[in-house]
Design a protein around this ligand. Structure first.
Ligand code: PLP
Length: 404
């Protein structure tokens, strides 16, 4: 219950084994037809969940203008950079040739995953190009603050390249108000990027879909399959509402690989940072082929429920404090927050890890240190929650500086 890494289906290693044996990379159809075809199929499936698929059926791979589009890539960090590169191409088509204009900024929550800032730095815009939006006590964006920040940005003569939302935040597992953020972007004609690396899966559940209401208004979404779709690392989708947004990401020509209008099948190479990429579509398809969509939805709903159960259990104990009810399968809490300071909350995590009994993580919310769990294992249940609370109390009392 430490990190956001899927417990994959028992047999989900098989596509990696096949890929490692036949070594057919999938960014060109001619190099890896199975991977490329299944990538296009699963991208269509994801687009369909967002309401962005306009083809005949999921095997319709024609790149229609009115259709959404997307690619698979090796992980959420590269995916965020790919989407931000597309956002830059939309506002500043010449940036690819001439470099960045000085006036571009990106708005987003201060809790945006670090890969967003890393991408801005790599893209040459610098960390300074990121303008944080005020957040509430649990670090969720306050949508009513967007307008004021925007007015200030305009006053300084800057242009907003994109607004980024967390769906959900890596630290807390809470969702930003996508609907309000989308309306704001529509009003000002701004690119709306939703980092759904962890939480885009809420789309698949009738019970949780309302948490991502508004995601369908985004221009780009990223979605990690290796987090909540039980696919072994790595496999991430970058999805665009409009086909042409993807075409503009990278303006490059390579006569040996980019066939322009003569593209055979479903080449994704012109749209990815990678040249060679593994058969990601095969892995993603395999998870669904093994279990079926309903089983994956049950896994997602169960893991969200596990976090709720842990929340209810810890809340019933006097010595534990959870700052918010969980919205996903990520939950943060403190042990005896009035007595145990930040440094020692963190020390508790290492005691647990070193003991070999539990593996949990930690994060800072509004300047305070919390212990953090991510419920990824379908077999975790109340016995584990009880054992976790007992272990924490044991390691806290074993050391006098914890105030026991
Ligand atoms: C919200 C969010 N975005 C992006 C990433 C980066 O994804 P990856 O680890 O696949 O590079 C993460 C990873 O935890 C995340 O939680």
């Amino acid at each position: 219950m430490g990190h956001q890494v899927a417990v994959p289906h028992d047999l989900s290693g098989i596509p990696d084994w096949i890929n490692g044996t036949i070594n057919n990379p999938s960014s060109l159809y001619e190099m890896g037809p199975a991977g490329a075809t299944l990538e296009s199929f699963m991208i269509n499936w994801m687009l369909n969940k967002l309401g962005w698929f306009k083809g005949k059926d999921l095997s319709d791979f024609k790149r229609l203008n009115k259709n959404g589009s997307g690619i698979l890539t090796h992980g959420g960090s590269i995916a965020n950079m790919t989407a931000l590169s597309s956002a830059r191409a939309a506002i500043s088509p010449k940036a690819w040739e001439e470099g960045n204009p000085e006036d571009l900024v990106v708005m987003g929550p201060s809790t945006a995953h670090y890969s967003i800032l890393r991408a801005l730095s790599i893209m040459g815009m610098g960390k300074k190009a990121f303008i944080p939006i005020p957040v509430d006590e649990n670090e969720v964006i306050i949508s009513s603050a967007l307008e004021e920040v925007y007015v200030q940005i305009k006053k300084e003569g800057k242009r907003v390249m994109a607004l980024v939302a967390n769906a959900c935040a890596t630290s807390t597992g809470l969702f930003d108000p996508l609907e309000e953020m989308a309306a704001f972007c529509k009003k000002h004609r701004l690119w709306f990027h939703v980092d759904g690396a962890h939480g885009a899966v809420a789309l698949l559940s009738n019970e949780h879909r309302q948490k991502v209401k508004g995601i369908e208004e985004a221009d780009s979404v990223i979605w990690d399959a290796h987090k909540m779709l039980r696919v072994p690392a790595l496999c991430t989708a970058v999805l665009y509402k409009k086909q042409e947004q993807m075409w503009d990401s990278f303006h490059q020509k390579g006569s040996y690989v980019f066939h322009e209008n003569e593209v055979i099948g479903m080449d994704s190479m012109p749209f990815t940072i990678e040249c060679t990429k593994s058969a990601l579509g095969t892995k993603l398809f395999w998870s669904f082929a093994m279990e079926g969509q309903q089983a994956i939805v049950r896994f997602i709903e169960n893991s969200f429920q596990q976090a709720k159960d842990l929340y209810n259990y810890l809340n019933s104990l006097e010595d534990f404090y959870c700052p918010y009810p969980p919205e996903s399968n990520i939950l943060c809490f403190q042990y005896k927050p009035n007595i145990i300071d930040d440094q020692h909350q963190l020390a508790l995590r290492y005691e647990l890890i070193n003991s070999g009994e539990f593996y949990i993580t930690s994060c800072i919310i509004q300047g305070k240190r919390y212990l953090r769990t991510v419920m990824m294992n379908p077999f975790t249940d109340i016995k584990d929650y009880e054992a976790l609370s007992i272990a924490i109390a044991k390691y806290a009392s074993a050391n006098k500086i914890y105030g026991n």
